[in-house]
Design a protein around this ligand. Sequence first.
Ligand code: F6P
Ligand code: MG
Length: 441
Amino acid sequence: MAESPAFLSAQEEGSFAYLTIKDRTPQILTKVIDTLHRHKSEFFEKHGEEGVEAEKKAISLLSKLRNELQTDKPIIPLVDKCVDADIWNQYLEYQRSLLNEGDGEPRWFFSPWLFVECYMYRRIHEAIIQSPPIQDFDVFKESKDKNFFESQESIDALCTHLKQLRPAKDLSENELKDECFRLLQISLWGNKCDLSLSGGESSSQRTSVMDSLEGLKPFILINDSEALWALLNGCKKTAKTPAVRVDIVLDNSGFELVTDLVLADFLLSFELATEIHFHGKTIPWFVSDVTVRDFSWTIEHVKSSNQKSTATCGADWENHVKMGRWIYHDHLFWTLPHPYCAMPQVAPDLYAELQKACLVIFKGDLNYRKLMSDRKWAFTTPFRQALSGFHPAPLCSIRTLKAELQVGLQPGQAEQLSASDPHWLTTGKYGIFQFDGPLPT
Ligand code: F6P
Ligand code: MG
């Protein structure tokens, strides 16, 4: 078998990885420090002087981290006592073992981008948990909530749409399929709203994405939604148990999460699935990624909306959770730096869990990078090949492009795109539904 291509890394000046490490990540760190500063009086009110001391400590740890990053210092082991710290430190050792003589130590601008970028978010977490009593403070919570509130009109429009759908029995199969495609596209474009690309600045959905779907179609570079539909529609008949389970590996909180919940509600209400399992992060991650707190907060806020359809959606969703039709999981694997092909070895319990699904949907750019091991695959590499054996169940990536990585394109397609739009890979303007169906038996 041919050797796998190299990992993306910030070594290449001018690459998106390079610009991320050079500009975007220090900006994110500065914003985190600023957020802590702004909460100083809140920490004081809650914890007295101890709270203020904790804020100072966290800021000094984060300033040190920013300095290490900007001066391309060696990556150092984690020192906290969290359950995943050993796994991280072993991974750092592994990165060390991959280096050639003369390469020195793993470093920010030299090591694989996926590793160092994940490491930065893990170090932010370390700075906070080492600063009790503010160890539970989510430094990104404020921006996540802001994204939700700023998208309120789009959220209302989407919930109204969902509530106005005719019941399943009144829809022909084609109408059901069209609706499924519409909600899939909304969930796709919802992924434009992540906050790490904008350095944590506002990236909400202010216009109704529903009215723009037709115009956005040419920007879907790979559209396997027919195959996805065939699978969903066939799941009921082929499922080994009466349950038809769809898993959604979530990405961002705010508008994107609402689009995912609307899709999940539709799959249940229109009997394409009987249970939806959501997977989120155990710690604040890549600015806007969903944690259990964001998940519950979102349902609660949708439920308490003044707008009737929105509030009804929120109440339905709360009920789905209560009745066990919606199940939220988190697993520390999602915030490790490993590519997903390592899941069977690193997190066999999670792999076994995903194997129970009829379909696993992976939302967003970071999930795509991890599915593809963040390697510089040729643009025409088949999706299955780049998955490097990862196949817990049929799976689909729903992602807008925000990293210099894409497989499964037609010959010449990437060249054409580069000629018309040199930044097509990184602005989130293009999207994909890329599906890997059942393995041949
Ligand atoms: O910064 C790395 C990156 O993968 C970007 O390419 C993207 O902006 C962001 O992180 C995460 O995007 P998403 O929220 O879609 O996973
Ligand atoms: Mg994200």
